[in-house]
Design a protein around this ligand. Sequence first.
Ligand SMILES: *Cc1c(COP(=O)(O)O)cnc(C)c1O
Length: 448
Amino acid sequence: MPMPPGFRTRLLPMLEDVANQFATPFHIYDEAGIRDTVQGLNAAFSGVPWFREYFAVKALPNPRILGIMKDLGLGFDCSSIAELVLARRAGARGEDILFTSNNTSQDEFAAAAADGGCILNLDDVSLLAKVPRLPELVCFRYNPGAARRGNAIIGAPEQAKFGVADSQILDAFRAAQARGARRFGLHCMLASNERDADALVQTVAMLLELAEAMGRALDIRLDFINMGGGLGIPYRPGDTRFDVPKLGRETARLLAGFGARNAYQPRVFMESGRYVTGPSGVLVTRAINRKDTYRSYVGVDACMSALMRPGMYGAYHHVEVLGKPAGPDDRPVDVVGSLCENNDKFAEQRPLPPIADGDLLLIHDTGAHGHAMGFDYNGRLRPKELLLRGDGRVELIRRAQSLDDYFATLDFPPRVVAPQRRGTPSVRGAADDATAASRRTLTGTPRG
Ligand SMILES: *Cc1c(COP(=O)(O)O)cnc(C)c1O
């Protein structure tokens, strides 16, 4: 069953009341479930001398949730300025934060270095020359290319925009050494929603092999390896679970072997998002319409502004109707929102019990990459977030977006500029001639 049993037991008896008090739609997250998952993850890695999970902030960037992560001792993996600010507001400082950006801007480097800095995870060797102040500790994101397969969401490594190529990686660290870096980390993120623990075990093995090669070639002892995130969750009933104890055991075994051969062991980091919070969230929405045309449709009061994954990747999210268990009368329906896009569907041709207006639907596994991915297209605003706390009370942790929020970016002092024109466009070749000619027809004869 996709929704964890503890979460069901805690939430379902009170859900109708919660829905009446707060009004649908909303995501609701389970504090006890999140804490259990993190404790289980740490227990699985108890054989690794120094393990730390850096929660991938993009999965669930709510300050109240990040406060729980901080309390549990997690670090934070960030890839934007807003995520850095979120992590620091949660109390994270310095090496509590990994900054794994790509196509990084100068503003992002400045934000990474501000407020006590963070661990800088560089996506390319060319960035070494662009970091204003290279920290003592430098990490590179490694992309093994054709040596590994990747998967559907993240793509094949050699087509992925991320990371330093295999042929460049030793030179990248050599260049970092030359620029004064003294401590080093090695990162890789190949999988997304991968439920086979062996894929991550292979990543750990690959990183450790590269660490040995770096030791030989550059006399570098790695401060840490970071196996990335991408641990999958069972979205579909019957999906197998990611075997986290196996990943922990195998990592400890590989690390011990590495330690015996190299007389040291690097720390081990992970930056999981989905695995940590995904199953501990559901989107709760009310049925408001039904229509039977070529297909049967159940219209609900949430839409893809609350959850993009089905529309974006055709991702499966389990749907359940409160108080109406699945049975022989189930009939296929499309569960739809009201956005003017035909992919605004939470489920397509899904067998569900007969649904009446007013029924509550639970869309499972929205605790990661759910609310966070939402958008405002079509003027569809984003829903509120609630936390089912450890003490059994329910707290509003983000209000719904309002019309005022929607119009907020239109509220600014007037600003009109008369741009200066450069001189005559240079005419070098046929293509330029054609461009200049079309510019003349569009805008009249250029000045100059
Ligand atoms: C998205 C992302 C993660 C988290 O991915 P999950 O599938 O949620 O575990 C971790 N690291 C990086 C660099 C990412 O982009």
